[in-house]
Design a protein around this ligand. Structure first.
Ligand code: MRU
Length: 353
């Protein structure tokens, strides 16, 4: 196996130079550009424009972003620092609304500031750095654990289908939905993976196909509208997807198109698994209706990726970035703490008891 892909860092801090290194995912697979970002504005922009993307990676980038912003504050009074920190936190919280990992990571950073109110501003900054590193390091462990649990549901020669990119690039390491695939591959499993291209931003084509090919996994790229055909052909034994937020009843937000894949999987009697770090579970959202769905610009559908515009100028466009998969379509949710099944109201809550 070519393991290089598992060493690639989508987000990395160069603390010595006050710089966040972000692998620009909008340039993949053709160009490997590492952005050197210093200011909160630059990091916010990278999150908004999906240069760094995927729920866990967004949380990691925001944690480092708020740390770097706080580090640059020329303030020694603790109360004034707290006030400026809260502004920074709110700023990053506005970058993308759906992935709860963003808010989860920012809340962890806020908790760190609150716990350290009694020490000097320079010591608070040191504590913030430690928490940001911890968020990243823990994500790699969480993803590995999701991979190990997920693997217990799979067999050696299975055909698998995935949507969007929930892999190495979206996390600190392994990914969520791709973690069982990487771990299985290391054990000599012969998974045959189908990646939906994932319109409109092509995370499946540009990122999932790229990273699984680099790893040496058998990967076939399909257009989103071909999923039914590969399922009908009997080539898919299980679907694995990531998620951006799971509501208390198990309804799950993930990349637009996921819900359609789940409906197809139900029709063809194929297990549909959601891979979710517990940080992605939001018990404050009672159902999927409580999850805010990000709306994005029309140009992503009409122009981006094309050499010329591919829709009439002025056409009305609806471009939700995520959809909600009903809990009843989900066979199981795979977390780092174990695999849960319906009734999700009970089993998801149990993960936190
Ligand atoms: O808009 P994106 O590319 O950030 O959306 C990413 C997804 O929907 C992923 O499936 C999800 O964040 C899980 S990543 C481990």
């Amino acid at each position: 196996m070519n393991t290089n892909i598992l060493n690639i860092q989508s987000v990395q801090l160069d603390d010595e130079h006050d710089t966040l290194l972000i692998l620009d995912q909008t340039k993949l697979p053709n160009t490997h550009v590492v952005l050197k970002l210093k200011t909160p504005d630059e990091i916010w922009d990278a999150i908004y424009h999906l240069k760094v993307r995927g729920a866990p990676a967004i949380g990691i980038a925001a944690a480092y972003g708020v740390y770097l912003g706080a580090k640059q504050l020329d303030i020694t009074d603790v109360d004034a620092f707290l006030e400026a920190f809260i502004k920074l936190k709110h700023y990053f919280a506005c970058s993308r609304p759906t992935a709860v990992n963003l808010f989860w990571a920012l809340d962890k950073m806020q908790a760190c500031v609150n716990e350290n109110k009694h020490v000097s501003v320079s010591d608070i900054k040191i504590a913030l750095l430690a928490v940001a590193h911890q968020i990243k390091d823990e994500d790699a462990l969480v993803c590995k654990s999701i991979g190990q649990h997920g693997l217990t549901l799979l067999e050696k020669d299975m055909g698998l289908l995935t949507h969007c990119n929930a892999g190495q690039l979206a996390t600190a390491k392994y990914g969520t939905a791709l973690a069982p695939i990487y771990l299985g591959y290391e054990l000599g499993y012969n998974f045959k993976v189908f990646a939906d291209e994932t319109r409109p931003l092509l995370q499946g084509a540009r990122l999932t196909a790229h990273e699984l090919m680099a790893a040496g996994v058998d990967i076939t790229l399909i257009c989103d509208n071909m999923a039914a055909t590969v399922m009908k052909n009997g080539w898919v034994d299980a679907v694995l997807v990531g998620c951006d937020r799971v509501a208390a009843n198990g309804d799950t937000a993930n990349k637009i198109g996921t819900s359609g894949v789940a409906i197809l999987a139900k029709h063809y009697n194929i297990p549909f698994y959601v891979c979710a770090p517990t940080a992605t579970i939001d018990l404050q959202c009672v159902t999927g209706d409580d999850i805010e769905i990000e709306q994005r610009k029309a140009e992503e559908i009409t122009e981006q990726w094309y050499t010329e515009r591919m829709a009439p100028a002025g056409v009305k466009v609806y471009n939700p970035a995520f959809d909600i998969t009903d809990a009843k379509l989900i066979t199981a949710i795979i977390t780092e703490s174990g695999i849960v099944r319906a009734p999700y109201e009970k089993t998801l809550n149990g993960l936190f008891e």
